[in-house]
Design a protein around this ligand. Structure first.
Ligand code: NDP
Ligand code: A1CAB
Length: 276
C-alpha cells in the first residue's frame, strides 16, 4: 500500500465518486482507498471497483493517512463523532461538506485542543473527468506537509485555489462548487431553445455543447476580457444584439449574482443549523 496516500472516504456518494475516479490510478490504487457509507447500494458500487468498504467506522480508518469527509452537512457532526476514536496523530482530515466551518470541525475532531491537521475543501463534480476545480482552506498551524498532501490529492482531479478564510470558501461554494449546476441549467435552456426553433434534439445538443465548450476555451486562452469577446460576437443591429437586449431587460447578470448570493447565504445557514 502507498502509505503516504492511503485514504478513506467517509460518505461514498456523488462527490466522493467523482474525486475517487480521478485519484484512483493517478495518486493511489483502488486497494489504497477505503469507503465508509451507511448506504449498501453505494458500497456495492465501490466494491465493484475493487475498493474496500465498511458500513460504519472501524479500525481500518486508523491505518489511513488521509480521511475525506464527504457526507451531507446535516450529518457531519454525528459522523465526525463516530470516526473520532480512530484518529491517529498523523491523520490528515479533509472535509468537503458545504458550510461547516474549519474552526467548528477542528473543535469536533479535537480533544483539549482543536485538531490542526485539517483542510477544508470545496471541489466540484467535473473532478469526475479530471476537469474539476477545488477551493482549499488550511487553518493556521496546518503544516506545509499536510497542505502539500491535500494539494497533491486535489490536483489529481483538476485545478486548485487556496483561500484565506471560511467566508471565501463559501464564496467558492457559490461559484464553482454549485456552478456546474448553473451551467447545466443554461445548457438545458439552450438545447430546448434550439428545439423550439426547429432543430432536432441531437443537432441542438451538439451545437449547444460545442458553443459552451468553444466559448469557454476561447475565454481561457484569449488575452481579451469576456466583455471584449462578447462585443466581437455582437454586430450592430444584428442577431446577438437582439438576444442580449432581452437578457439585459430581464436582468440576467443581476439574476446570476442574486442566485450566487443565495448559495453563499445557504452555506452560512448550514454552518449555524448543523454545527450546534
Ligand atoms: N455534489 C456536489 O457537487 C458537491 C458536494 N459537496 C459536498 O459533499 C458532501 C456530499 O455530497 P454528495 O456526494 O452530493 O452527497 P451524497 O448524498 O451523494 O453522498 C453522501 C453519502 O453519505 C452517506 N451517509 C449518510 N450518513 C452517513 C454516515 N453517518 N456515515 C457514512 N456515510 C453516510 C449517504 O447515504 P444515504 O444516501 O443513505 O444518506 C450517501 O451515500 C456534502 O457535504 C456536499 O456539501 C461539495 C462539493 C460539490
Ligand atoms: O448543493 C450543495 O449543497 C453542494 C455543495 C456544492 C455543490 N453541491
Amino acid at each position: 500500500m502507498n502509505q503516504e496516500l492511503s485514504l478513506s472516504f467517509i460518505g461514498g456518494g456523488n462527490m466522493a465518486s467523482a474525486l475517487a475516479s480521478g485519484l484512483i490510478g493517478k495518486r493511489c490504487g483502488a486497494s489504497d482507498v477505503h469507503v465508509i457509507d451507511v448506504n449498501e447500494t453505494a458500497l456495492a458500487r465501490w466494491r465493484e471497483q475493487g475498493v474496500g468498504t465498511a458500513a460504519a467506522p472501524d479500525e481500518q480508518l486508523s491505518s489511513r493517512r488521509v480521511w475525506i469527509f464527504a457526507v451531507k452537512p446535516q450529518v457531519m457532526k454525528e459522523t465526525v463523532a463516530q470516526c473520532k476514536p480512530f484518529l491517529r496523530p498523523d491523520t490528515l482530515v479533509i472535509s468537503i461538506a458545504a458550510g461547516i466551518e474549519s474552526g467548528t470541525l477542528a473543535g469536533w475532531l479535537g480533544g483539549d485542543k482543536p485538531w490542526t491537521r485539517l483542510v477544508r475543501c470545496m471541489p466540484n463534480t467535473p473532478a469526475l473527468i479530471g476537469a474539476g476545480i477545488s477551493g482549499l482552506l488550511a487553518l493556521d498551524g496546518v503544516s506545509e506537509d499536510d497542505r502539500a498532501v491535500a494539494q497533491l490529492l486535489l490536483k489529481a482531479v483538476g485545478e486548485i485555489v487556496w483561500v484565506d478564510n471560511d467566508d471565501q470558501l463559501d464564496a467558492v461554494t457559490a461559484l464553482s462548487g454549485s456552478g456546474p449546476a448553473y451551467v447545466f441549467l443554461f445548457l438545458e435552456a439552450l438545447i430546448q431553445g434550439g428545439i423550439d426553433l426547429g432543430l432536432d434534439a441531437q443537432q441542438s445538443r451538439k451545437l449547444a455543447l460545442a458553443t459552451l465548450h468553444g466559448a469557454t476555451q476561447l475565454a481561457a486562452l484569449s488575452p481579451e476580457t469576456p466583455a471584449t469577446l462578447r462585443e466581437r460576437v455582437t454586430s450592430k443591429g444584428g442577431t446577438t444584439a437582439a438576444a442580449l437586449s432581452v437578457f439585459e431587460q430581464q436582468g440576467f447578470s443581476a439574476l446570476v449574482q442574486q442566485a450566487m448570493r443565495s448559495a453563499y447565504q445557504r452555506a452560512g445557514q448550514l454552518a449555524t443549523e448543523f454545527a450546534k
